[in-house]
Design a protein around this ligand. Structure first.
Ligand code: PHE
Length: 449
């Protein structure tokens, strides 16, 4: 696509909602709480918040600027500035492919839980809730049906293009999601026995921080802000020339962080109040919340609304995962949008089938001690996103040049960017790349911090 014919978002709010729709998703409501649970509670939360501020927002500005400047999606953007860097874009495409393949499975779970919620969750007993989740996700057929539904919805929206698809659907659900999460947080913190959960979530024990904690937090920053795989870069390429990059690039990460923080406030008080294990991993949200809903007044209403909103949040993220893969096939291989969407979406779904089955019939097949589902999550989140984020930061700062990037971010100096010089001369040049490199190298054991 050439610059002129390229579709753009219809409005600034359109971009903000679409980018927030991309950022806010299962990463906030499902992945963030279970990582907090696994990696030590409040200590993880603090590390995470610091990293959002000094790495996440910094890289967010870089991606949006690069996308808008080149008007290309991931691979093309690197190529437009320096062709030899195109492979960096490809890492992002591969990451997006891997993420969507398991993300679609969890998206499917949210649809199933929506129907379960309408029927009413049976009990607040941890054993019953755990069994319900376990027997559903390990079933060879039923989760696949819901994953298929989820992927069809994703494909349909991407197929419809930018304004009629992505933008339209993103505009509706953000405020609704916010309201319902606030209500649930209030419910959760007022449960008898909630205080132990609040302590776990908010009172840090720094001795719990290890190299793995740092890497998981870093990976989560990239995952939750949709960085390192071209989603934000690609959305940036649809951002029109007169929008204010510094403002949208702080608004979206702040919204994202707020939702994740609130999700923790919903989950942890309830986890402790009902005697669940916070370290139980990917089932945490799906096991804990049904317990809360089963006992809460109007639990059917809140429960079904909540899982419906999770479904919508997941969907707006999933379309942003598929879009860069599709844009890549269109721009680099000359495919037509519809063909690219259907074919790539179907291949991703096919991988997702194996990811889903790895929670059940294929659970005996492990690589590095992990089933396929966990492996896709771990490799893409903890490895590919940080690596590609690191290379993108280096690329923007040193290859494209942070002064050029700053010109783009400020619309040639016409837009206020209060910390623009700090961003261009310090944060994107040194702080972000060095921190990412240190965390990454230490967690894989190459250096010791
Ligand atoms: N940010 C999304 C979430 O938190 C997931 C995502 C990751 C979307 C990477 C796009 C790219 O759920």
């Amino acid at each position: 696509m050439t610059g002129e014919s390229r579709e753009t978002f219809g409005s600034k709010m359109g971009f903000i909602f679409a980018a927030a729709g991309s950022a806010i998703g299962l990463g906030n409501i499902w992945r963030f709480p279970y990582l907090v649970g696994m990696y030590g509670g409040a200590a993880f939360l603090i590390v995470y918040l610091v990293m959002v501020a000094i790495i996440g927002i910094v890289c967010f500005v870089a991606e949006v600027s690069l996308g808008r400047h080149t008007r290309q999606s991931n691979v093309g953007a690197f190529k437009a500035i320096k062709p030899s860097w195109a492979p960096v874009g490809l890492i992002g495409i591969i990451a997006g492919f891997m993420i969507l393949s398991f993300y679609g499975v969890v998206g499917g779970w949210s649809i199933y839980y929506f129907f379960k919620a309408i029927a009413g969750f049976p009990s607040a007993d941890p054993g019953v809730c755990g069994d319900m989740f376990g027997s559903f996700v390990s079933h060879p057929v039923s989760p696949l049906i819901f994953t298929a539904l989820f992927m069809i919805a994703t494909i349909y929206i991407v197929y419809s293009g930018i304004q009629d698809g992505i933008e339209k659907y993103s505009n509706i659900m953000m405020p609704a999601l916010f309201v319902i999460i606030v209500i649930l947080a209030i419910r959760s913190v007022t449960l008898p026995g909630a205080s132990a959960g609040l302590e776990f979530y908010l009172k840090p024990d720094f001795s719990k921080i290890t190299g793995e904690t740092l890497l998981a937090a870093l990976g989560q920053v990239f995952f939750t802000l949709s960085l390192g795989m071209g989603s934000i870069l690609t959305y940036g390429s649809y951002l029109s020339q007169d929008e204010n990059i510094p403002s949208v690039c702080t608004t979206v990460p702040l919204m994202d962080t707020l939702i994740a923080f609130l999700a923790g406030l919903v989950i942890f008080p309830a986890v402790f109040a009902y005697g669940f294990e916070p370290t139980s991993g990917g089932g945490l949200v799906f096991i804990t919340l049904p317990a809360v809903f089963s006992e809460m007044p109007a639990g059917i209403l809140f429960g079904s609304a909540f899982f419906f909103l999770i479904f919508l949040a997941a969907l707006t993220s999933a379309i942003s995962l598929l879009e860069p893969v599709v844009a890549y096939m269109i721009e680099e291989h000359g495919w037509e949008r519809r063909r690219a969407t259907v074919i790539m979406g179907s291949i991703i779904f096919a991988v997702g089938i194996f990811a889903s089955l790895s929670n059940g019939v294929l659970s005996g097949f492990k690589i590095g001690g992990m089933v396929l589902f966990d492996l896709l999550d771990y490799i893409s989140g903890n490895w590919l996103l940080p690596i590609s984020g690191l290379l993108t930061a280096i690329f923007v700062a040193w290859v494209w040049g942070s002064d050029n990037a700053l010109q783009e971010a400020t619309n040639d100096g016409t837009v206020e960017f209060a910390w623009g010089n700090l961003w261009a001369n310090v944060l994107i040049k040194y702080v972000a790349p060095i921190l990412i490199a240190i965390v990454f190298l230490s967690s894989i054991g190459l250096i010791k911090v």
